[in-house]
Design a protein. Structure first.
Length: 208
Protein backbone atom coordinates (compact mmCIF):
# COMPACT_ATOMS: atom_id res chain seq x y z
CA UNK A 1 0.00 0.00 0.00
CA UNK A 2 1.32 3.43 -1.00
CA UNK A 3 0.38 6.58 0.89
CA UNK A 4 0.08 10.22 -0.19
CA UNK A 5 -0.39 13.04 2.31
CA UNK A 6 -1.93 16.26 1.01
CA UNK A 7 -4.13 19.19 1.93
CA UNK A 8 -7.69 19.76 0.70
CA UNK A 9 -6.83 21.84 -2.35
CA UNK A 10 -9.02 20.47 -5.15
CA UNK A 11 -6.31 20.43 -7.88
CA UNK A 12 -4.12 18.29 -5.59
CA UNK A 13 -6.95 15.84 -4.95
CA UNK A 14 -7.81 15.59 -8.65
CA UNK A 15 -4.22 14.92 -9.70
CA UNK A 16 -3.71 12.34 -6.95
CA UNK A 17 -6.92 10.54 -7.86
CA UNK A 18 -5.94 10.51 -11.54
CA UNK A 19 -2.21 9.74 -11.31
CA UNK A 20 -2.11 7.56 -8.19
CA UNK A 21 -5.52 5.91 -7.79
CA UNK A 22 -3.92 2.92 -6.04
CA UNK A 23 -2.51 5.08 -3.23
CA UNK A 24 -4.29 5.91 0.02
CA UNK A 25 -4.71 9.69 0.02
CA UNK A 26 -4.45 11.06 3.57
CA UNK A 27 -5.61 14.58 4.36
CA UNK A 28 -2.97 16.21 6.50
CA UNK A 29 -3.99 16.83 10.10
CA UNK A 30 -2.16 20.18 10.14
CA UNK A 31 -4.34 21.62 7.37
CA UNK A 32 -7.59 20.36 8.87
CA UNK A 33 -6.80 21.95 12.22
CA UNK A 34 -5.73 25.12 10.42
CA UNK A 35 -9.20 25.40 8.86
CA UNK A 36 -10.77 25.03 12.30
CA UNK A 37 -8.57 27.65 13.97
CA UNK A 38 -9.38 30.09 11.15
CA UNK A 39 -13.08 29.48 11.81
CA UNK A 40 -12.62 30.14 15.54
CA UNK A 41 -10.76 33.36 14.80
CA UNK A 42 -13.50 34.45 12.40
CA UNK A 43 -16.06 33.98 15.17
CA UNK A 44 -13.91 36.14 17.45
CA UNK A 45 -13.51 38.90 14.84
CA UNK A 46 -17.24 39.00 14.12
CA UNK A 47 -18.11 39.05 17.81
CA UNK A 48 -15.75 41.93 18.59
CA UNK A 49 -17.32 43.94 15.77
CA UNK A 50 -20.85 43.11 16.94
CA UNK A 51 -20.12 44.10 20.54
CA UNK A 52 -18.67 47.43 19.36
CA UNK A 53 -21.61 48.12 17.05
CA UNK A 54 -24.11 47.36 19.81
CA UNK A 55 -22.30 49.52 22.34
CA UNK A 56 -21.09 46.69 24.59
CA UNK A 57 -17.68 46.39 26.19
CA UNK A 58 -15.52 44.22 23.97
CA UNK A 59 -12.41 44.51 26.16
CA UNK A 60 -12.76 40.92 27.37
CA UNK A 61 -11.84 39.79 23.85
CA UNK A 62 -8.91 42.14 23.39
CA UNK A 63 -5.61 40.34 22.85
CA UNK A 64 -7.32 36.94 22.93
CA UNK A 65 -6.51 35.81 19.38
CA UNK A 66 -3.61 33.55 20.30
CA UNK A 67 -5.16 32.63 23.64
CA UNK A 68 -8.04 31.05 21.73
CA UNK A 69 -6.02 29.57 18.87
CA UNK A 70 -2.92 28.12 20.52
CA UNK A 71 -2.86 24.74 22.20
CA UNK A 72 -3.24 25.14 25.99
CA UNK A 73 0.21 23.69 26.67
CA UNK A 74 1.79 26.40 24.50
CA UNK A 75 0.22 29.38 26.28
CA UNK A 76 2.33 31.81 28.26
CA UNK A 77 1.26 32.50 31.89
CA UNK A 78 -0.15 35.85 30.78
CA UNK A 79 -2.15 34.20 27.99
CA UNK A 80 -3.43 31.55 30.39
CA UNK A 81 -4.75 34.26 32.72
CA UNK A 82 -6.37 36.11 29.81
CA UNK A 83 -7.99 32.91 28.55
CA UNK A 84 -9.32 32.02 32.01
CA UNK A 85 -10.92 35.46 32.21
CA UNK A 86 -12.53 35.13 28.77
CA UNK A 87 -13.85 31.63 29.53
CA UNK A 88 -15.87 33.01 32.43
CA UNK A 89 -18.13 34.87 29.97
CA UNK A 90 -20.98 33.52 27.86
CA UNK A 91 -19.55 34.44 24.47
CA UNK A 92 -19.73 32.96 20.99
CA UNK A 93 -15.93 33.02 20.90
CA UNK A 94 -15.84 30.86 24.02
CA UNK A 95 -18.25 28.34 22.47
CA UNK A 96 -16.08 28.21 19.35
CA UNK A 97 -12.96 27.69 21.46
CA UNK A 98 -14.55 24.84 23.41
CA UNK A 99 -15.59 23.17 20.15
CA UNK A 100 -12.02 23.51 18.87
CA UNK A 101 -10.63 21.88 21.99
CA UNK A 102 -13.14 19.04 21.93
CA UNK A 103 -12.29 18.40 18.27
CA UNK A 104 -8.72 17.57 19.34
CA UNK A 105 -10.03 14.41 21.04
CA UNK A 106 -10.85 13.06 17.58
CA UNK A 107 -7.14 12.54 16.87
CA UNK A 108 -6.66 10.48 20.03
CA UNK A 109 -8.68 7.53 18.76
CA UNK A 110 -6.90 4.49 17.37
CA UNK A 111 -9.93 2.69 15.95
CA UNK A 112 -11.20 4.16 12.65
CA UNK A 113 -14.72 3.07 13.64
CA UNK A 114 -14.77 4.93 16.94
CA UNK A 115 -12.91 7.90 15.51
CA UNK A 116 -15.62 8.32 12.88
CA UNK A 117 -18.30 7.84 15.53
CA UNK A 118 -16.80 10.69 17.54
CA UNK A 119 -16.39 12.88 14.44
CA UNK A 120 -20.06 12.45 13.51
CA UNK A 121 -21.07 13.27 17.07
CA UNK A 122 -18.86 16.37 17.12
CA UNK A 123 -20.17 17.58 13.75
CA UNK A 124 -23.80 17.35 14.91
CA UNK A 125 -22.94 19.32 18.03
CA UNK A 126 -21.06 21.94 16.02
CA UNK A 127 -23.93 22.36 13.55
CA UNK A 128 -26.21 23.18 16.49
CA UNK A 129 -23.81 25.89 17.69
CA UNK A 130 -25.30 28.54 15.37
CA UNK A 131 -21.76 29.73 14.66
CA UNK A 132 -21.59 30.15 10.89
CA UNK A 133 -17.78 29.86 10.49
CA UNK A 134 -17.85 26.65 12.54
CA UNK A 135 -20.76 25.29 10.52
CA UNK A 136 -18.83 26.06 7.34
CA UNK A 137 -15.89 24.06 8.72
CA UNK A 138 -18.22 21.14 9.46
CA UNK A 139 -19.44 21.15 5.85
CA UNK A 140 -15.80 21.04 4.70
CA UNK A 141 -15.09 18.11 7.02
CA UNK A 142 -18.12 16.18 5.85
CA UNK A 143 -17.27 16.69 2.18
CA UNK A 144 -13.77 15.27 2.80
CA UNK A 145 -14.57 12.78 5.54
CA UNK A 146 -13.41 9.59 3.74
CA UNK A 147 -10.00 11.15 3.08
CA UNK A 148 -9.75 12.40 6.66
CA UNK A 149 -10.47 8.91 7.97
CA UNK A 150 -7.63 7.53 5.87
CA UNK A 151 -5.27 8.94 8.52
CA UNK A 152 -6.52 6.28 10.92
CA UNK A 153 -6.42 3.56 8.28
CA UNK A 154 -2.73 4.42 7.83
CA UNK A 155 -2.22 3.91 11.59
CA UNK A 156 -1.69 7.66 12.08
CA UNK A 157 1.80 7.29 10.65
CA UNK A 158 1.78 9.98 7.96
CA UNK A 159 1.80 13.76 8.21
CA UNK A 160 3.28 16.66 6.27
CA UNK A 161 4.28 18.45 9.47
CA UNK A 162 8.00 18.18 8.67
CA UNK A 163 7.45 19.62 5.20
CA UNK A 164 5.33 22.46 6.64
CA UNK A 165 8.09 23.27 9.11
CA UNK A 166 10.66 23.35 6.32
CA UNK A 167 8.41 25.61 4.23
CA UNK A 168 8.13 28.04 7.14
CA UNK A 169 11.90 28.15 7.47
CA UNK A 170 12.29 28.74 3.72
CA UNK A 171 9.75 31.58 3.81
CA UNK A 172 11.48 33.14 6.81
CA UNK A 173 14.91 33.06 5.13
CA UNK A 174 13.41 34.40 1.91
CA UNK A 175 11.93 37.39 3.75
CA UNK A 176 15.22 38.04 5.52
CA UNK A 177 17.05 37.78 2.20
CA UNK A 178 14.99 40.52 0.55
CA UNK A 179 17.46 42.69 -1.34
CA UNK A 180 20.02 39.97 -2.04
CA UNK A 181 21.44 40.59 -5.48
CA UNK A 182 21.61 37.03 -6.71
CA UNK A 183 19.82 33.73 -6.38
CA UNK A 184 23.11 32.05 -5.44
CA UNK A 185 23.37 34.08 -2.23
CA UNK A 186 19.80 33.18 -1.30
CA UNK A 187 20.50 29.51 -2.08
CA UNK A 188 23.53 29.50 0.24
CA UNK A 189 21.43 31.08 3.01
CA UNK A 190 18.79 28.36 2.55
CA UNK A 191 21.42 25.61 2.66
CA UNK A 192 22.84 26.94 5.92
CA UNK A 193 19.43 27.45 7.54
CA UNK A 194 17.42 24.45 6.31
CA UNK A 195 20.34 22.10 5.71
CA UNK A 196 22.04 22.79 9.03
CA UNK A 197 25.41 23.30 7.35
CA UNK A 198 28.30 24.65 9.46
CA UNK A 199 28.94 28.36 9.17
CA UNK A 200 32.46 29.73 8.65
CA UNK A 201 34.19 31.39 11.56
CA UNK A 202 33.77 35.13 11.69
CA UNK A 203 36.64 37.13 10.24
CA UNK A 204 36.07 39.88 12.81
CA UNK A 205 35.89 39.99 16.56
CA UNK A 206 33.72 42.50 18.29
CA UNK A 207 34.60 43.73 21.76
CA UNK A 208 31.75 44.57 24.07
Amino acid sequence: MKFICSDMWKPYLKVIAKKAPQALNILDRFHIVSHLTKAVNQVRIEEVKRLKDEGYDESVLRHTKYCLLKNPENLTPKQEAKLDDALSYDLKSVRAYLLKESFQLFWDYDSPYWAEWYLDKWCKRAMRSRLEPIKKFVKTVRSHQPLIMNWFKAKKAYSSGIVEGMNRNVNLVTRKAFGFRSYEVLKIALFHTVGGLPEPESTHRFCG
